[in-house]
Design a protein around this ligand. Structure first.
Ligand SMILES: Cc1ncc(COP(=O)(O)O)c(C=O)c1O
Length: 387
């Protein structure tokens, strides 16, 4: 066993559920009302305040949130939605679920986000929406995104699943824009174990989202009930909302800690000579305008120069006690999307990054020494495996 293998295993992510959150869950369970109720409303009110007073509704998860966003935007059969292949597959799957067609365009290899030139080039008379994803929390050029949407009269459904507390021109993602969807899944910067929220434009949109999350039911008076438009079962429970509220109270500290860890990564990456090995680091920010929440710290490996490629690096790091992840393989190359006609060679930047990207450990309880260990292990591993 090597010296580093004797150390505790360092996972790539670890939730920080504290005693206060656990106590809040206990209170909900003992309260006599355990599904959607006062805690869900309190969580929605706190989120609305975070997003400058815009209407916010919560949902059972981020995927349901995006599905509801598409329905609120009236997107369905015959419509095209332009999106990125470097995302969690939910982004594309929900477009399929509502009967529309996802149109993948390539990414900018620097930001690893959707390339807005490619978005413009892909617009057709059937295009109804753009669905950007802020990978690792880094926003796209929001001025340009909304200028394109305005010019072509398109809706924007922001997949901001990873971007809570990220900013553009100093303003929080979600505090402006069209429909903005967040996830509170277990790995996210703040979690409700599972959950999500949608920021909308008007009370009318919020009312429709509220109905769609609970079978489309409209209640009137003591006993009136009607359905004009069927919905699903997508409500967030008070148990989850209590955890989310407790996490939300720590948002500033979580974002600040992640930024410190990212700085430590840049220092240690320089000390370990990662760039000289051909390892691409993330952009710290896109110009002066986009600020990430450091949801993940991801590197792109020179996979073609490494014996066994990315798999070998990830296995060797795990053996040395360092967990890593892949976020994400290019979605257009999954069997289902191939069956719709997508092939290798269509989106070269996304395909290279989908094969070579690795997520390194990043969570607030990590210490600077953990970051040093990750960089040293990655550097030694790559050197050893170079062809
Ligand atoms: C980019 C992106 N989109 C969508 C989702 C879906 O969110 P959820 O897992 O809460 O359904 C996630 C979360 O994993 C995500 O990272």
């Amino acid at each position: 066993m090597t010296a580093s293998a004797a150390q505790a295993f360092l996972p790539f992510v670890k939730p920080n559920i504290d005693a206060a959150a656990i106590a809040e869950v206990g209170k909900v369970l003992a309260s006599g009302w355990i599904t959607s109720g006062p805690k869900m409303h309190a969580f929605e009110a706190a989120l609305s305040e975070l997003f400058g007073g815009r209407p916010v509704r919560t949902f059972a998860n981020g995927s349901a949130t995006m599905e509801i966003a598409l329905r609120v935007a009236n997107i369905g059969p015959g419509d095209e939605v332009i999106t990125t292949p470097i995302t969690w597959v939910a982004t594309a799957n929900v477009v399929i679920t509502v009967g529309a067609k996802p149109v993948f365009v390539d990414i900018d290899p620097r930001t690893r986000n959707i390339d807005l030139d490619a978005v413009e080039a892909a617009i057709t008379p059937r295009t109804r929406a753009i669905m950007p994803v802020y990978l690792s929390g880094l926003p796209v050029d929001m001025d340009r995104l909304y200028a394109i949407a305005k010019k072509h009269n398109l809706r924007v459904i922001e997949d901001a699943a990873q971007a809570i507390d990220s900013r553009w021109r100093g303003q929080r993602i979600g505090a402006f824009g069209d429909l903005v969807s967040f996830s509170f899944q277990a790995n996210k910067n703040i979690t409700s174990v599972e959950g999500g929220c949608l920021v909308m434009n008007s009370p009318e949109e919020a009312e429709r989202a509220e109905r769609l999350r609970l079978q489309g039911v409209i209640r009137t008076g003591m006993d009136g009930m009607d359905v004009e438009e069927p919905g699903g079962k997508f409500n967030l429970t008070d148990v989850n909302a209590a955890i989310g509220l407790s996490q939300l109270a720590q948002l500033d500290a979580i974002t600040a800690r992640r930024a410190e860890l990212a700085e430590a990564y840049y220092r240690c990456a320089a000390d370990s000579g990662l760039a000289d090995l051909g390892i691409e680091l993330p952009l710290p920010r896109d110009g002066e305008l986009a600020t990430t929440n450091w949801h993940m710290f991801q590197v792109v490996l020179p996979a073609e120069r490494i014996e066994g490629g990315r798999t070998a690096v990830m296995e060797a790091m795990r053996e040395q006690g360092v967990g890593t992840g892949v976020h994400y393989p290019a979605v257009h190359l999954f069997s289902y999307y191939r069956s719709l006609g997508w092939r290798e060679g269509m989106l070269p930047h996304a395909e290279r990054i989908g094969r070579s990207i690795v997520t390194l450990p990043m969570f607030p309880a990590m210490q600077a020494a953990d970051v040093e260990r990750v960089c040293a292990t990655l550097s030694e591993t790559c050197k050893r495996l170079f062809k």
